[in-house]
Ligand binder design. Structure first.
Ligand code: SF4
Ligand code: MSK
Length: 625
């Protein structure tokens, strides 16, 4: 083991592959981060603006230089506008992902998406009822078509409130109405956010931030929730299943295909093709023992949750996975795919394939997937990956995989509890489980890789706080061995007893980035059973290593939904103390929850424990000081 790479990642596979990449003269995200230092202080504080060509402008944080941009915008306006544009970009990303799934659903209904089907008919029917669709006596495909149409209406501008807001507690919906942040159309809120942040439109930093919350809610309870639900309808609602994780899932003697990105529309078709007996025979003829499909990032989470497909790693591992020399083909869709990957792959034999009409990358071959050609193209790509197996050079897969349990949807958690949330509520009331926390989000080279996620999860479970996680956080805790039923040894006595009786780990894998809203749907079920609002529950959110605009939107819809949320990296808002105070204190009086920022995961755990105990006290439950 080297003694320097431990400053970049806590993972053994990461440390060993960093050394390999260095030897191979492969530039990584950490190298580029170092080359950018010192990063722009104005941008870090949120004090630079390039919203128009009278600028770019910047405001001097020390009060000596300019205090307004050319148009007259001050620090509060510029910081608020910048943050709101981050929310808009994040909300657009999740929601556009959801739209692509709805289009596949419409394609299935119209018989124009060969290979795709409706795998969860029960869910299709129940969601259709939520949309007010009459289902009795109707054919499944007719219901699918009507549901796709109704969901597309939610994207538009003609509704007063998004349909699936009904899943939030009534008290929360009333609060949103009173504050004026009930999200209307999904696209409408993003469009309005971009409009308001144009020069000369909304120059009230408070009103901008409120629209930011409404825009984020249109992501969480709109685009993201639609993405999760339609994925379940098309590909099956996740149920708990074992899967192996870390770079050791790559097989030296098999054709390795890695899928990367977010949308299961592509990865599900690759899975279908990769597991056919014909492809196995082709692989054997090429000298391999078979075809091994593995995932990274969130499309990997989607496959792991539904099929137990192995997971090679999270965001900061994506370049290093290629440096094993063992990947015969990487197939990407969109989001979180570093533009450097084609360059890294060029050092090895790996074929890199981009598939989305909206996402191109240097050094990748573009083979565009559409519902009509997906089945055929997936099969062709798997054939080509098999052909590429013979071109491999030396392979370095330095670790054995870790076992993990994934696939906890709201439905499967309720099933594990025996059919209702009552046992969880009882465990919380009795104090065996003090509360619950959602750990979500990415990796970021500014934070020791995986340290934030793993340390925070361990501190929480040892204090009897149940952890649910998603995205790259979920991969980090899986690699650290926190996701097997035996992992209850890491839990405090109460949590250990409850999880042990149910046969579940203390850290539950709830899926990909769009699945964060599953956490809120589960929490809403608890709130409704207790007849309280989400902000009354002993729950919290955390994003210890976030980097993306999507994470800003997620954090904002958690807080707007009443969930106290702790961020690791500081968002670019410190240039305006008014904005900082509103987000970390003032929102308590508006939506009943605030943001906190704490880069040290041990200290973040203390903040969450305090919040959980405060909420317990307010609910009249036993509490610890
Ligand atoms: Fe400068 Fe105002 Fe234009 Fe921003 S909007 S670049 S602050 S002039
Ligand atoms: S992949 S958004 S790095 S969690 Fe969803 Fe990971 Fe964050 Fe992308």
């Amino acid at each position: 083991m080297t003694c320097t790479y431990h400053r970049q990642t806590i993972t053994e596979d990461g440390q060993l592959l960093l050394k390999k990449a260095e030897n191979d003269q492969v530039e990584t995200v950490w190298d580029r981060y170092r080359s950018q230092l010192p990063q722009c202080g104005y941008c870090e504080l949120g004090l630079s603006c390039r919203n128009c060509v009278m600028g770019p402008c910047r405001v001097d944080p020390f009060g000596e230089g300019p205090q307004r941009g050319v148009c007259g915008a001050d620090a509060d306006i510029i910081v608020a506008r910048n943050l709101c544009r981050m929310i808009a970009a994040g909300a657009a990303s999740h929601s556009d992902h959801g739209r692509d799934l709805v289009e596949v659903l419409a394609g299935v209904a119209a018989g124009k998406a060969p290979g795709y089907t409706i795998r969860d008919v029960e869910k299709l029917r129940s969601v259709a009822v939520e949309y007010g669709i009459e289902i009795s006596g109707k054919d499944t495909l007719v219901i699918a078509g009507e549901l796709a149409y109704a969901m597309q209406e939610d994207y538009g501008t003609r509704t007063a409130a998004l349909t699936l807001l009904k899943r939030a507690p009534a008290k929360r919906r009333e609060l949103w109405k009173n504050v004026g942040i009930t999200p209307r159309g999904i696209d409408r809120e993003t469009s309005e956010m971009m409009h308001r942040t144009h020069m000369g439109v909304d120059n009230g930093w408070q009103s901008l931030l409120l629209q930011g919350l409404r825009n984020a809610l249109s992501d969480g309870w709109g685009g993201s929730l639609i993405a999760s639900e339609v994925s379940d309808i098309l590909f099956g609602t996740p149920t708990p299943r074992p899967a192996s994780v870390n770079v050791g899932v790559l097989k030296k003697d098999q054709v390795n295909i890695v899928v990367h990105g977010h949308n299961p529309v592509v990865s599900e078709m690759i899975l279908l093709a990769a597991t056919s007996s014909e492809m196995k025979q082709l692989a054997e003829a090429a000298g391999a023992k078979g075809v091994n499909l593995a995932g990274v990032c969130c499309t990997g989470n989607e496959l792991l949750m539904r099929h137990g497909i192995p997971m090679a790693g999270n965001h900061l591992m994506t370049e290093l996975i290629l440096s094993t020399g063992a990947v015969d083909m990487m197939i990407v869709d969109y989001q979180c795919i570093m533009p450097s990957l084609g360059q890294v792959a060029s050092c090895y034999h790996t074929r890199m394939i981009s598939t989305s009409d909206k996402a191109r990358f240097p050094g990748m071959e573009h083979r565009e997937f559409h519902p009509e050609n997906a089945e055929e193209l997936a099969e062709q790509l798997v054939r080509e990956a098999i052909e590429n197996f013979g071109r491999r050079g030396r392979v370095y897969v330095p670790v054995e995989p870790v076992q993990s349990l994934g696939g906890f949807s709201v439905e499967s958690i309720v099933a594990a509890l025996g059919g209702s949330a009552a046992p969880l509520i009882e465990a919380i009331k009795s104090g065996k489980i003090r509360g619950a926390a959602g750990i979500v989000g990415c990796n970021n080279p500014k934070i020791l890789h995986d340290h934030g996620h793993v340390t925070l999860a361990r501190r929480l479970v040892e204090n009897d706080i149940l952890v649910v996680d998603t995205g790259c956080a979920a991969i980090a805790t899986a690699k650290a061995g926190l996701k097997m039923p035996e992992s209850i040894r890491f839990a405090g006595p109460g949590l250990k007893e409850v999880c042990g009786a149910l046969g579940i780990p203390p850290v539950l894998h709830l899926g990909s980035c769009v699945d964060n809203v599953r956490i809120l749907v589960l929490a809403s079920a608890l709130a409704n059973a207790l007849n309280v609002d989400l902000s009354d529950l002993p729950i919290a959110g955390a994003a210890p290593e976030w980097y993306s605009e999507k994470a800003v939107s997620i954090a904002a819809y958690f807080v707007a939904s009443g969930v106290y949320t702790v961020l690791g990296p500081m968002p670019p808002i410190a240039g305006s103390m008014n904005v900082v105070k509103l987000l970390t204190e003032g929102l308590k009086d508006v939506v009943g929850a605030v943001f906190a920022v704490e880069p040290d995961p041990g200290a973040a755990a203390i903040l969450i424990r305090r919040h959980v105990e405060d909420r317990r006290k307010a609910l009249g439950l036993d509490f610890r000081v």
